[in-house]
Write a protein that binds this ligand. Structure first.
Ligand SMILES: Cc1cc2nc3c(=O)[nH]c(=O)nc-3n(C[C@H](O)[C@H](O)[C@H](O)COP(=O)(O)OP(=O)(O)OC[C@H]3O[C@@H](n4cnc5c(N)ncnc54)[C@H](O)[C@@H]3O)c2cc1C
Length: 371
């Protein structure tokens, strides 16, 4: 039997950011993860640290996302200093392009709603016309009728982030146990026992951050995380000179020069196959936005499954039945890495989630219990 201060289940971006934060708080932490064959949104995402569309009708989500985007620069600097891994974070602001007057009007209305909902917190946005866009980006296509911009957005290399969080976790004394699928568990208040191949792991705290695996794990700990898969497909071009000065919702240029085109939203269950018709739609929209993209070769493409809560907002909870058990799920694990490492983990270490997170409780989906 091995005793720890905290167990984190799931070594994707959510689990590793929280585990890194817990180890930094001085907790003896073990991170349990599956093997190579698993659903892992963290290895197939688009890499945006994206704020501008988060929280329409849910200003608490906008505030949490902004907090995370503000925590990103210090986290990136810290990870570089501690691990030597550059996570490629840039925050030049971001743009959403509209390809029809109807899209532009819907976007304008959404941005204005979010500004009104933000109250004193504020929401700084601008709508850009094609002339202003031409000052920002070279070679914008005539199909683009306008765009929204906020200064809060950015992007990063999500694989480097995952690597740096894992390395940083281990360097801070964390124990990483891959090939440890969690299925045999015992829960009592402040006493959690998990049986894995290497033996029994015991701790007074457990954080469920197993992505899509949380749906099955959460009820064992008195928690509720009804997440479902939502497929996204991404195309990547060959490298080219630096042309895009800031990320766009579905087009971003990496530090290395590739241009990533994404990403679809497909409700197809656990199917991770790629579909030519979806890839065609992604490419067509990208070429309408920047006609010069048609001269670049696509060198990679993939599909991956998002971890999607029913209303698209994160789920954070501590179990009432088994205090010490926490759950964390979101569909923006890159964006929220700053909040998970620097805000959520210290709350877990202190034993209580901040009341500001109450609205993210999974109880919002549990209609009979809430009634
Ligand atoms: C196409 C696409 C584009 C995206 N673009 C962005 C973006 O631009 N910006 C952004 O912020 N987010 C983006 N996301 C979302 C982001 O990738 C996810 O929010 C994030 O990766 C979720 O991380 P996670 O750790 O919760 O889940 P995962 O990465 O799925 O990790 C879960 C881990 O838990 C393990 N696990 C599961 N069950 C068990 C078990 N029983 N025992 C042990 N381990 C278990 C799995 O093996 C896995 O390693 C995108 C996602 C996709 C698919």
């Amino acid at each position: 039997m091995k005793r720890f201060d905290a167990i984190v289940v799931g070594g994707g971006l959510v689990g590793s950011a929280i585990a890194y934060g817990l180890a930094r708080e001085g907790l003896r932490t073990v991170l349990l993860d599956e093997g190579d064959v698993a659903f892992r949104a963290s290895r197939g995402n688009f890499g945006l640290v994206w704020v501008q569309s988060k929280g329409d009708g849910a200003p608490h989500y906008q505030r949490w996302t902004r907090l995370s985007a503000d925590q990103w620069p210090p986290l990136a600097v810290e990870l570089l200093a501690k691990t030597g891994i550059a996570v490629g974070h840039e925050r030049p602001g971001g743009v959403h392009l509209c390809l029809s007057e109807a899209e532009l009007e819907a976007r304008r209305q959404m941005m204005e709603r979010m500004r009104a909902q933000s109250g004193n917190f504020g929401f700084d946005y601008r709508m850009l016309d094609p002339r202003e866009l031409a000052d920002v980006f070279r070679g914008v296509g005539p199909a683009v009728v306008g765009a929204s911009y906020t200064p809060y957005d950015g992007h990063a290399n999500p694989l480097n982030l995952l690597h740096a969080l894992h390395k940083g976790f281990v360097e801070k004394g964390g124990h990483y146990l891959p090939n440890s699928e969690v299925s045999d568990t015992t829960a009592a208040p402040g006493d959690f026992r998990i049986h894995v191949a290497s033996g029994e792991i015991v701790a007074p705290k457990v954080v469920l951050a197993a992505g899509l695996g949380n749906a099955a794990l959460a009820p064992r700990f008195g928690l509720f995380a009804p997440v479902k898969p939502l497929r996204g497909q991404i195309l990547v071009t060959e490298r080219t000179e630096r042309v895009l000065t800031m990320p766009i919702t579905t087009i971003r240029q990496t530090v290395e020069g590739s241009i990533m085109l994404g990403d679809s939203q497909e409700d197809v269950g656990f199917d991770t196959s790629q579909k030519p018709d979806v890839m065609k739609t992604i490419a067509r929209r990208a070429v309408l936005s920047f006609p010069w993209l048609r001269d670049l070769q696509i060198v990679r493409a993939w599909a991956a499954l998002r971890v999607m809560p029913p209303d698209g907002l994160p789920i954070y909870d501590q179990s009432e039945r088994f205090p010490g058990a926490f759950t964390a799920n979101c569909h923006s694990g890159v964006t929220l890495a700053g909040a998970h490492a620097n805000a959520f983990a210290p709350m877990v270490a202190a034993g209580a989630l901040d009341p500001a997170l109450d609205l993210f409780s999974g109880k919002r989906f549990d209609v009979p219990a809430a009634a």
